[in-house]
Design a protein around this ligand. Structure first.
Ligand SMILES: NC(=O)c1ccc[n+]([C@@H]2O[C@H](COP(=O)([O-])OP(=O)(O)OC[C@H]3O[C@@H](n4cnc5c(N)ncnc54)[C@H](O)[C@@H]3O)[C@@H](O)[C@H]2O)c1
Length: 289
């Protein structure tokens, strides 16, 4: 791949753009407004500056990678991309509209990929111009740090699409787990019920936030507790994923914890909004319950 389009310039789109640019490819980055893509590019610039100060990148490498990221106002320039990665909000209707619009400029052999955390690939592929060139490409957060990518072919995805997508993930230096197109794939199918259960435990008053996280950090040897991880992922994204698990399986074991819904309704979305289960306004995160 030489040119990659990235649609959605939030936490994930920024991280994806950073690693793709660092791997030597040009990135065309878009969001609902070009100002958001430009803001994301500024954030990536700060990440590059940190890597330079830690001597992980030379100033020349950082400048070159930064210059390879081009914010764009619409999808027209993505006609030059061999791969377009959608990393917008975890809502099926939002993603479908993007696939329809981006599909109009998608080059004849280019691949359209979704970074969805949970929405079925086979189903979303019907909004793309060619389901044989549609695939799930699930990065982990923060993308520059996390070494895994899940590759999820849908029912109609061609073998050639799978092998080209795997080659792209390899070029980023990531490990690959290829999964069947089942709700939540592998990692989120296991992780999200744990996070949701931690919120039930909190809501039922079994323990406070600090102790739930401490219990899992020390008792399970997890690097982060489930509630701090939920704040990191974004509580709106967690809720959207749990809803997909619940709605696509119809299994009541995936019903969203009422307290998770309440936090999202309050706009307490975790780190990205400054408050979730922890308050991030000071130097260190403070548990809110
Ligand atoms: N947060 C995580 O840990 C994580 C991990 C893996 C995958 N994902 C998936 O990545 C996707 C993005 O998640 P995120 O954490 O970056 O969310 P985010 O809220 O940080 O960013 C979402 C971005 O999408 C943009 N957007 C919304 N509608 C759009 C549209 N029509 N066109 C273009 N851009 C649009 C928003 O303006 C925002 O900048 C979701 O599908 C999510 O499930 C998230």
């Amino acid at each position: 791949m030489q040119t990659v389009g990235v649609i959605g310039a939030g936490q994930m789109g920024s991280g994806i753009s950073q690693v793709v640019a660092q791997a030597g490819m040009k990135v065309l980055l878009s969001d609902v407004d070009i100002a958001l893509a430009e803001k994301a590019k500024d954030g990536i610039g700060k990440a590059f500056a940190k890597l330079v100060s830690r001597e992980k990148l030379t100033p020349d490498e950082a400048d070159a990678a930064f210059a390879r990221i081009v914010p764009v106002a619409d999808y027209a320039p993505m006609a030059d991309a061999q791969l377009i990665i959608e990393a917008a909000t975890e809502r099926e209707e939002v993603k479908r509209r993007i696939f329809e619009s981006a599909g109009k400029v998608l080059a004849a052999t280019a691949i359209l990929a979704s970074n969805t955390s949970s929405i079925p690939i086979t189903r979303m592929a019907t909004s793309s111009p060619d389901p044989a060139r549609f695939i799930g490409l699930h990065f982990f957060n923060p993308v520059p740090v996390m070494g895994l990518i899940e590759v999820i072919p849908g029912l109609a995805t061609a073998k050639d699409t799978v092998s080209r997508t795997r080659a792209f993930a390899d070029a980023l230096g990531k490990q690959i787990v290829q999964t069947e197109d089942e709700p939540g794939f592998v990692v989120n199918r296991i992780l999200l019920p744990m996070i949701n259960e931690a919120v039930f435990v909190l809501g039922q008053g079994t323990a406070n936030i600090a102790d739930i996280d401490k219990g899992c950090r020390i008792g399970l040897n997890h690097p982060m507790g489930p509630l701090e991880l939920a704040d990191f992922v974004g509580l709106d994204t967690c809720l959207d994923i749990v809803k997909v698990l619940y709605n696509t399986t119809g299994d009541s074991k995936y019903r969203p914890a009422p307290l998770l819904m309440k936090y999202v309704e309050a706009g307490w979305l975790g780190r990205k909004s400054g408050r979730g289960f922890y308050d991030y306004s000071g130097d260190v995160p403070v548990p809110t319950r």
